[in-house]
Structures are given as C-alpha cells and as structure tokens.
Design a protein around this ligand. Structure first.
Ligand SMILES: *Cc1c(COP(=O)(O)O)cnc(C)c1O
Length: 372
C-alpha cells in the first residue's frame, strides 16, 4: 500500500501556506513579514518575565477570561462578544470549520443552488492564507478581483460582474487590504455587510495604522465578525494572540470547537499587560505612519510607483529591474523585502515599515542599486 493513499485527497493536493522567511543572518534588516520594528513596552516585557515561575506547571485560563474582559472594556462590549485565539490565523481556521460546510467526500456533485454553503469568498489580492484554509477544509474558494486600484467594487458592480456570491457561507475581507495597503471606509464595508447573507469576517490585522476601523459593524450586524491581532501593531507576533469580536451566538459556536487551552499562558499575560500601556504603542503607530509616508515619497522620487497605504507596509512597483531582481539586489545589501511570485502583484515589492534608521538604510541601498 502506498502511504500517500492514507492521506485525504484534498491534503495530498494542497498547496500549503508559504510564510515569509525568518532567516537568522547577522545584520539583516527584515522588512518582509510586517512585524513591528519596535519592541513591546518595557513594562510588558517585565510583566512577562515576572510570570515565568512555577505557574508554568499549570494549564492557562481556558477562556482567557481576564484578557477578554479587558478587551470588552476597550471596545465597549461584553466578554461574551469576544473569543481569543492562538493568533488570528487560528480563529480564521476555526471560522471556516464553524460556518462552512465541506464538500462531501468522494466528490459527489452539489447542485448549483446548494453551492453557497460550501463557499469561502474573498477578494484578490488579499491575505494568501484564505485559499489554504478553504482547501484544508475541502470547501470551495471564490476569489473575486478587486478593482485595478485595489478598491472594493460597488454592490452594483459586483452584481453586474456576476461572480460574487451574496450567499457565500463565509466572506473574508482584509481591511486595510494586504498586500496593497489600501484602506476602506466603514460606510463602504457596511454596504457590503448589509448585502451579504452569510458570515462576513473583517480582518483588521493592520487597522491600528489606518484612519478608521469597522468594529461597530461587528456589534451591530449578527453575521459580521471583526478579527484583530496583537501581532503587528502590538509587537507580539512571538506570543500568538488574536481575537474576534461579534454576536454572542457566533462567538459561542466558535467556542464549541475551540481547543480547551488554545491560548498559551504567557501570551495571555503579555496581551493583558499590553492593554495597560496603550499610549506607548499609539506613539509607535504615529512614528510608523510618518515613516511610511516618508518612504513612499523617497521611493517615488526615484521612479518607484507606490500605492497609498493605511498599513505598516507599502506596495511599490520598482523601476529599471524586475521585482524579482530587486528582491535579490536588496538582499545582497542585507535588506529583506517581500515579493509575491505567481500573484496579481508579482511586479511589485511589499516593504514593511521599519525604524527610521532601517528605512534610511533601505533608501541608501536603492540609490546604490540605481547608480550601479
Ligand atoms: C498577519 C496577518 C494575520 C495573522 O495574524 P496572527 O494573529 O499573527 O495569526 C491575519 N490576517 C492578516 C491580513 C495578516 O496580515
């Protein structure tokens, strides 16, 4: 018996998610995975250090209750409106399993009228994890193109185009968009939510770098959830803490299938402490936003075409050489950025906003490459 025959067909044919590289090269400036260039607040670090004691023997709080209460106070809702996950990635996977019916094994055909219950829908380009989660669950992906400027098409345009599924079981919207950085107005998202019959998740991983957020929609519409993470804006990628906000019945359904101890104890401690020191982080958001505008201006003066961004990265189209060549030339100068091969943005580079010093090094390297 071939061992591959033991593996489910959809897993055998799965193209797994490709995370950005985490190379350990001394002196490398890492601008490829949208991590925050600033460390967590010294007070958060001290709180985490002080929590490393005999309690590591015990299971953590199974429902992250103190953290959920603090988040509820922050967002003006109840702790029943919130579920915490091992990063927001875990919650996106849980949502797929909670709201989307997988295709029957053996490939029995479903009638077109029943197709929507299997559909995970998202815009292209957006977070490249969504199609992978869909394939793992053996559900049906429905990627629909954003406009050329990465704006969301209007409801009328979506209806006219005909490929958007207003009954899709789950619709995932990255807002602000990644990898373009484009921000969306809450009024625009509201119209889309109101037109959807299935569950909508607004993935606000980068919202702290934007001008507005759509959290109110999760508290107003029973079928809308907002996803947030401590990874990008609160410098806690390492600790894996994300959460969803939504209607208590939706949150309760997700809780039913969650692993009992899905959120590690030190992560809960770190996230809770973070909420007591928000002013430290808000200063960092301002610095990152200023650095973002400065970088886009500098690059555009050198012939790049940068898209306006509401996130902690920019998507930019480089001159002279291909994006792939730029990736290598920058790497030779110990600068790592992100290039999405085989994507609709393969002519662009995505550059995470680092410290002013790191971005100064990047600009210097770009000058060198253009003058070589
Ligand atoms: C980084 C990212 C996430 C995942 O965040 P974690 O909380 O670290 O799992 C989710 N959505 C988008 C769009 C992201 O860029």
């Amino acid at each position: 018996m071939k061992s591959t025959s033991l593996i489910r067909a959809n897993v055998r044919s799965l193209h797994a998610y490709v995370p950005g590289e985490q190379p350990k090269i001394p002196g490398l400036i890492k601008l490829n995975t949208n991590e925050n260039p600033f460390p967590p607040s010294p007070k958060v670090l001290a709180t985490v250090r002080a929590a490393v004691d005999q309690r590591l023997r015990l299971y953590p709080d199974p429902s992250a209750q103190p953290l959920r209460e603090a988040l509820a106070a922050l967002h003006g809702c109840a702790s029943e409106n919130i579920i915490v996950g091992n990063g927001s990635d875990e919650l996106l996977a849980l949502a797929t399993r909670t709201f989307v019916e997988p295709l029957p094994a053996g490939g029995t055909r479903t009638s077109p009228s029943r197709r929507s219950q299997h559909v995970v829908q998202y815009f292209d380009p957006s977070y490249s994890l969504y199609p992978v989660l869909t394939a793992i669950h053996n559900a049906v992906s429905n990627p629909v193109a954003l406009k050329r400027n990465f704006d969301i098409p209007s409801i009328a345009q979506l209806k006219k185009e005909g490929t958007w599924d207003f009954n899709a079981a789950l619709t995932l919207i990255t807002t602000p968009n990644a990898p373009s950085g484009r921000g969306y107005k809450t009024s625009q998202l509201e119209k889309l939510c109101a037109a959807q019959n299935g569950v909508v998740i607004l993935d606000e991983a980068y919202v702290d770098f934007a001008e507005e957020n759509a959290l109110e929609l999760a508290l107003r519409f029973p079928h809308v959830l907002v996803s947030r993470t401590f990874s990008k804006s609160y410098s806690l990628c390492f600790q894996r803490i994300g959460y969803l906000v939504g209607h208590p019945e939706m949150i309760a359904a997700l809780n039913k299938i969650r692993d009992s101890y899905n959120v590690n104890g030190l992560g809960q401690v770190a996230a809770l402490a973070t909420l007591s020191h928000l002013s430290y982080y808000r200063k960092n958001f301002e610095t990152i936003k200023q650095t973002r505008e400065w970088l886009a201006d500098e690059l555009d003066q050198l012939g790049f075409k940068s898209l306006p961004s509401r996130a902690n990265f920019i998507l930019t189209r480089p001159p002279r050489f291909s994006a792939e060549e730029w990736l290598q030339k920058l790497r030779d100068q110990k600068l790592l950025v992100r290039w999405f091969k085989n994507s609709t943005v393969s002519k662009h580079l995505r550059i995470t906003i680092g410290t002013r010093g790191e971005i100064q090094s990047l600009i210097r390297a770009v000058h060198l490459i253009l003058n070589s």
